[in-house]
Design a protein around this ligand. Sequence first.
Ligand SMILES: [Zn+2]
Ligand SMILES: [Zn+2]
Length: 330
Amino acid sequence: MDQVPSSAPPTSASPTPATPHAHPSHPTSLGHGLLVMGDLWNLLIVREALAGPVRFGDLKAALAISDPVLTRRLRDLLSDGVLEADGPRQEYRLTDAGEDLWPAFVAINAWDRRWAPNSPLRVRVRPRHLTCGHRFDPVFGCGVCGAIGLSARDTEAARDPAVPAEAANPRRRYHRSASAAGGDAPIAAAAVLADRTSTSILASAFLGIHRFGDFQRLMPDTAPHTLTTRLSLLTHQGILTKTPLQEGSRRTGYRLTPKGHDFFPTFAFLIAWSEQRFSADGLAGVRITHRTCGESLRPRWTCNACNGALTATSVDVGYTPRSPAPGIAE
Ligand SMILES: [Zn+2]
Ligand SMILES: [Zn+2]
C-alpha cells in the first residue's frame, strides 16, 4: 500500500503556511473551523493522523477513499493548517492546530459511545488521564468558572453580531453525499457531521433556529432542495425532530432531540478551536455564553475519576491504529 498513487498527492512544495491562517477573505465565517471539521472525510483523515504520521497509501487503504477525494481533502487540510506534509516519504502529520482538536475527538468519542457504540465509523479512541491513570468518562464544563456537568441548556449560543450572514456559506462546496450514513446502522458522529450543510444545520439548531425559512436565511447559498434533504436526514438520524412550533399550531419546525443536544460539547469545542485558529479577531461567528457565570464559555473536560482538568499534556487520546474501513463509498 506504499506505492505512489496514480494521482499525485498534494505536496508541501506549494506555499503552505507554516501556521494556520485567518482566511482574510473570509475573516470570521460561521466557525470556518467548524466547517473544516464538519466533514466526514476530514474527520476521518484527522482521526487517522491522531495515531501518528500517515501516508497517502495508508489513508487510502484505511478509509477506502478515492484518489481525487483524498487528494482534495489533503490539499484543504494542508491549506487550513490542520496537517503538514514533509519528508521524502511524504507523510502527513497533525500540526499544532490539528493536535488541538483532541478535545473535540474526546467529545465525538463520548457521543459515539453513547449513541453509536457499534458503528463502523465511530471514533475508536480510549482516552486515558495520565495524571490519575484512569480511562475516564469526560465531564463537560466551563473553564472560566469551573462549573461541571454543563449541557447546552446551561448556555446561550448567539450569532456573533460582527459576522455577516454570508460568512456562514461554506468556502468550498464539497459534493459529498451524506448517504454514507445511510442504512439502519447506528449513526456515528462522523456521519452526522457528514458535510458542511449538515454541520451548518446543526450549528443553526444550537443557535435556536427552528423554522425552515430561518435555516434558509442563515444558509442562503444552500438550495432549498438540499436543505430539505438534509433536514430529513437529520430527522431520520434522530438528531432533529419535527414538531409543531407552538402547542396546537399546525406550523412545524425542527428541534434538537436529546441525541442532538448531546452534540453540544463537540460543537462547543469546535467553535472554540475555530475561534482560536481561524479568526484573527477571536470571533468564530458564534458566541456561546455560560448563563451562570455570564462569561464566554471556555469549554473544558474534567476527568470523572479524579476531578482534574483534562489538558493536552495530561491526556493520552489512545487512538488505536487504523483498520480497513467498511467500504465507505463516495
Ligand atoms: Zn462559567
Ligand atoms: Zn483523572
